[in-house]
Write a protein that binds this ligand. Structure first.
Ligand SMILES: Cc1cc2nc3c(=O)[nH]c(=O)nc-3n(C[C@H](O)[C@H](O)[C@H](O)COP(=O)(O)OP(=O)(O)OC[C@H]3O[C@@H](n4cnc5c(N)ncnc54)[C@H](O)[C@@H]3O)c2cc1C
Length: 389
């Protein structure tokens, strides 16, 4: 490592690798630091993405795709299923390979990438963030930069070190448990979503097929409900009931923020991006595509600021404002939809399911499901007004 770079990116997840790639592409020097030994591991993700959202950001490689998805099956608390076919394809990825290749793209472009490089503090000089302190292979170093990009994920500490408020209300923190299980007998072309307070209070349960007879099965529950029973116990009960014959190949636990994006993600010499900035979708918990979009923007704007020799908060605010006008606006809308959906009782959900079952299959679109929800529970109209105003 050199003593100084134009940009240092902390964390080689999808957001950090995109920031590094686009920073170098814009013509500045970039150091990308990852604390783990293997980029892409451990995988703490259901690995589902909307294909278009990824294709607009990177040329998609076949090796990244475990399964192409064309349908969604909603499971009601009554046990009934609603099938929705879609022209829009989703992917279940191999995240291990995906994250690894994104970091490789950044390296091929000219970013310097180091693993086993744990950033443990920031350097602050002349009233701005001017570098990081890193433990690299057991050796402590101070490396300086014009801009530090914090892409250190949901457990981010970079933001807090910089004095930004990064905390999330307990109710907006989903705690998740997931297994990758073999010998699962389901349609491998559809994802399955279960909404029920009994199965996953304040969240949902998912089955994302990764191939024939293998799937990621997991759930997220709102932090408010974790004291009584852990997400892992909820998941094990579900597995026992539905897939007692399955073999569990991997188990992972992790957090997902289901909040609005952070208000303040920029300070002098520093920006936050991806999960570190709470850029995941609060309704679905998906943060791969939105993190990559934010990372790209962070890399581009940080590089432009370096070239202009103005890395002040005011200059870097361009990143936060551009993100908020586009992706951020949608995430705020999804937050309101989440509040609406997660507050439906199991009885409401069963009533909606009964209404939707009466629709011919070809008319079972998300918009029509929403219309049925309004007919079945007129009091929701107030929530909907809140949602769109
Ligand atoms: C159970 C579960 C299921 C999920 N399912 C989906 C899904 O199906 N689809 C989807 O889109 N999203 C999903 N997500 C969310 C998704 O995983 C994240 O939104 C996404 O990984 C965010 O990317 P990121 O680059 O911001 O952060 P991360 O991918 O978390 O990357 C952050 C990186 O920073 C490194 N790091 C952290 N601290 C330091 C440090 N101090 N020094 C150096 N390096 C550091 C970490 O090791 C990590 O590699 C899921 C999350 C969970 C927990």
């Amino acid at each position: 490592m050199k003593p100084k770079y134009d940009i240092i990116v902390v964390g080689a997840g999808p957001a950090g690798s995109m920031a590094a790639y686009w920073g170098v592409k814009a013509g500045v020097s970039v150091l990308l630091l990852e604390k783990d030994s293997h980029i892409g591991l451990p995988v703490r993700c259901a690995e589902g993405v909307n294909s278009k959202s990824i294709e607009k950001l990177v040329p998609v490689q076949d090796a990244w795709i475990a399964r192409r998805i064309t349908g969604v099956v909603f499971h009601s608390p009554s046990g009934k299923q609603l099938n929705i076919q879609s022209d829009e394809v989703g992917y279940v990825l191999h995240r291990k390979r995906f994250d690894y290749d994104l970091a490789r793209m950044a390296a091929d472009q000219g970013a310097e990438v180091h693993t086993r490089a744990w950033v443990y503090d920031l350097v602050r000089e002349e009233n701005r963030i001017s570098g990081v302190k890193v433990n690299h292979l057991g050796e402590e170093k101070t490396i300086r930069a014009d801009v530090v990009i914090g892409a250190d994920g949901v457990e981010s500490r970079v933001g807090r070190w910089a004095g930004l408020k990064t905390h999330v209300a307990l109710k907006d923190m989903e705690t998740c448990a997931q297994v990758t299980a073999a010998n699962i007998d389901i349609d491998p072309d559809s994802i399955h979503l279960y909404f029920s307070h009994k199965l996953a209070p304040g969240g949902y349960l998912w089955i994302f097929p990764k191939g024939d007879k293998i799937a990621n099965i997991g759930l997220g529950i709102s932090g408010e409900y974790c004291r009584k029973k852990s997400p892992y116990n909820y998941l094990m009960e579900f597995m026992q009931h539905h897939f007692s014959q399955a073999s569990v190949l991997t188990t992972s636990l992790g957090g997902v923020t289901a909040s609005k994006p952070l208000k303040h993600i920029v300070t002098d010499g520093l920006v936050l991006t991806g999960d570190a900035a709470r850029h995941s979708n609060p309704l679905t918990g998906g943060g791969i595509a939105s993190g990559m979009t934010a990372g790209k923007l962070a890399g581009e704007i940080a590089a432009a600021a370096v070239k202009e020799k103005n890395v002040s908060k005011n200059r870097l605010l361009d990143y936060a404002e551009t993100f908020n006008k586009t992706e951020g606006k949608n995430l705020a809308k999804f937050y309101r939809i989440k509040e609406f959906v997660y507050n439906l009782s199991d009885e409401d959900l069963i009533n909606i399911e009964k209404g939707v079952t009466k629709l011919p299959e070809e008319k079972r679109t998300l918009v029509n499901i929403f219309k049925v929800a309004l007919v079945k529970k007129p009091s929701l109209i107030l929530d909907v007004i809140k949602l769109f105003t």
